[in-house]
Design a protein around this ligand. Sequence first.
Ligand SMILES: [Zn+2]
Length: 291
Amino acid sequence: MYNKLERNDACWCGSGKKYKVCHFNQDERIKLYKSKGCIVPNRSMIKSTAQINGIRESGKVNIEILDYITDQIQIGMSTGEIDRLIDHKTRELGGIPATLGYDGFPKSVCISINHEVCHGIPSDKVILQDGDILNVDVTTKVNGYYSDSSRMYCLGNVSADRLRLVDAARKAIDVGLEKARAWNFLGDIGQAINDFTRSMGYSVVKEIGGHGVGIEMHEEPYVSYVSKSGTEMLLVPGMVFTIEPMINAGKAGVILNKANGWTISTKDGKDSAQWEVTVLITDSGYEILAY
Ligand SMILES: [Zn+2]
């Protein structure tokens, strides 16, 4: 599929440039990896300049929403109130909260507290307590483009154990980003994060990972954190995906809340923490689009 175009044809990416001065060399290099048996991205996973600009603008709104909520979150507030603030702020900035209605998800943000791993549903009955750690995961759609990132918040007198976990989850992002460069593999990111997490005495959730993002809320590839270096998909400039390892203080096992059908918690009831970044692979490394 990478050799149908002639060198002087217009490039498949829509840039208007001739193929030979646009994606030709990159496609040839991808073909070489494919011939060696590597998993390579298809063209739909390699964003055009116009698409990257759209996702970047979406990411700016996503970051502004998280910055805004950082100043608002406090002990005694309900997660339902945070949800309403985020919904309102998103629309004020010209975006749409993408989680609302996604597969029937009922709220505009996911908020997961302490032993909750992800997909916590905001509620007026859930009141933030002194010592809580929580993840606020915001997915934003702007002009049709999606961005997705999350941060952790530590409320009041948080225990040393919890602070160490939250800090490790953030460092895991940096460790993953170090491997986020073209012609590495997704498995390089996965193994680096897994090795680091285990060195801290924690475990990484196996069942849920990162994902491509931009044109859809969830795209290929799937980004695992139990993968091996040199395996999984080849990283190519123009790919956009999330890095979002869920780090458990205890064992890796998780359970689904069958009553609400969404919320994932640790099986052993111990704490979990997660940060999430939307990242673009560039010619020289990476660019953070949302964090
Ligand atoms: Zn091109």
